[in-house]
Design a protein around this ligand. Structure first.
Ligand code: UTP
Length: 294
C-alpha cells in the first residue's frame, strides 16, 4: 500500500506570466477551485494519507489555502452555507499536509529529490501540481498505478495518455517494450521527440509511482542546457539499469488537463465551467450568446 505523495509546486510558471508573477500557477482557478485543490481531492479519494508539497518562494498561498480559517468557518456556519464549508475546510480530510521548499528551481528531478527524507525507504506517488486528471478530478488512475506497481514488482509506474502524433514534441513520450494494453512495460522514454522520431503517441501524464531507487538515479542525472535536472532522464536510467518500468493508460473519462500554458488553461477553465453543476447551464447560454456575436 502506498500512502505518501509528493506534489511539486515550486516551478516559476513562466509560460503563464504575468498571471504567475506573484501567485503560484497551481493556485490559478479552474472554474470554482484552484488547480491544486483538484489534485489534493483526487489523491485523497485514491487513499493517499500524507502529502508533501515541494514549494518555493511566492508559494505561501498554497499553504494558506489548506490551512484552517476559524473566522471564515464561523461566518459560513452562522450563515448556514454547508456546501462552501465542505469545500473550504480541509482539516477533516483523511490526509496530513507537509511542506518543504526547493531553494533553487533546478527542474522537476531536483524537486523530487527534496522529498527524499519524507519518502524514506517506502515507495511514493508523485502528482504534478499543475495537472488535473478527469473533469472535477474524477480519476482512479492512482489506484491502478498502485495495483500495477505492486503486482508487477515495478520500480516505476507512469500514467500515460494518448496525444495526437503531431504534438509529441510537447511531451515526454514512452517507448513500449512489446505491445500496448491497459498497462504494459516500457523500455525507454524520449523527451519531446519530433513526430517522426516518436516511439509512440503515449505521453507521460503527471502521475507516477516510484521506489526510492529513483533518488539515486536523479543524483546521477547531469543538468540539461538550462541547468535543470530532468525527471525523465532519471526514469531513463531506471530503464537502462534493467529495472521494471511500467505504463498505465488513462481511460477516456480521465483526460489530463495540463495547466502549463494559456491555450490549455483557457480550454480547461471553459470545460470545467461548462460542467459545473451550479453554474454550467447558465454559462453555456452565455457562451452561446458570446459566440453568436463574435
Ligand atoms: P513545469 O516544467 O510545467 O513547470 O513543471 P514550470 O517550470 O513552473 O513551468 P514554465 O516552463 O516555467 O512555464 C511541472 C510541475 O513541476 C513543478 C512545477 O511547479 C509544476 O507543478 N516544478 C518544476 C518544481 O516544483 N520545481 C522545478 O524546478 C520545476
Amino acid at each position: 500500500m502506498i500512502k505518501s505523495a509528493l506534489i511539486p509546486v515550486a516551478g516559476h510558471g513562466t509560460r503563464l506570466l504575468p498571471a504567475t508573477k506573484s501567485q503560484p500557477k497551481e493556485m490559478l482557478p479552474v472554474a470554482r477551485k484552484p488547480i491544486v485543490q483538484y489534485v489534493v481531492e483526487e489523491l485523497v479519494s485514491n487513499g493517499i494519507q500524507q502529502l508533501l508539497f515541494i514549494t518555493g518562494r511566492n508559494k505561501a498561498s498554497i499553504e494558506n489555502h489548506f490551512d484552517d480559517d476559524p473566522e471564515l468557518y464561523r461566518m459560513l456556519t452562522e450563515t448556514n452555507r454547508q456546501e462552501l464549508l465542505e469545500e473550504t475546510n480541509f482539516k477533516d480530510l483523511a490526509v496530513h499536509f507537509f511542506y518543504t521548499r526547493q531553494r533553487v528551481q533546478r527542474g522537476l528531478g531536483d524537486a523530487v529529490l527534496c522529498g527524499e527524507n519524507f519518502a524514506g525507504e517506502e515507495p511514493f506517488l508523485l502528482a504534478l501540481g499543475d495537472s488535473i486528471l478527469g473533469l472535477h478530478a474524477k480519476s482512479n488512475v492512482v489506484t491502478r498505478l498502485v495495483e500495477v506497481f505492486e503486482s508487477q514488482q515495478a520500480s516505476c509506474v507512469v500514467a500515460v495518455e494518448e496525444v495526437p502524433l503531431q504534438e509529441t514534441a510537447f511531451y515526454g513520450i514512452v517507448q513500449p517494450q512489446d505491445g500496448v494494453g491497459d498497462h504494459f512495460p516500457i523500455s525507454n522514454l524520449v523527451e519531446k521527440p519530433k513526430p517522426q522520431d516518436a516511439p509512440s503517441n503515449l505521453a507521460i501524464a503527471g502521475r507516477y509511482i516510484f521506489s526510492p531507487l529513483i533518488f539515486d538515479m536523479i543524483r546521477r542525472v547531469k543538468p540539461d542546457k538550462r541547468g535543470e535536472i530532468q525527471l525523465t532522464d532519471a526514469i531513463q536510467l531506471l530503464c537502462e539499469e534493467g529495472q521494471r518500468v511500467m505504463a498505465v493508460r488513462l481511460q477516456p473519462g480521465e483526460k489530463r488537463y495540463d495547466i502549463g500554458n494559456f491555450p490549455s488553461y483557457f480550454e480547461s477553465f471553459v470545460e470545467f465551467a461548462l460542467a459545473d453543476p451550479l453554474y454550467g447551464a447558465e454559462f453555456r447560454k452565455m457562451l452561446d450568446r458570446l459566440l453568436a456575436k463574435a
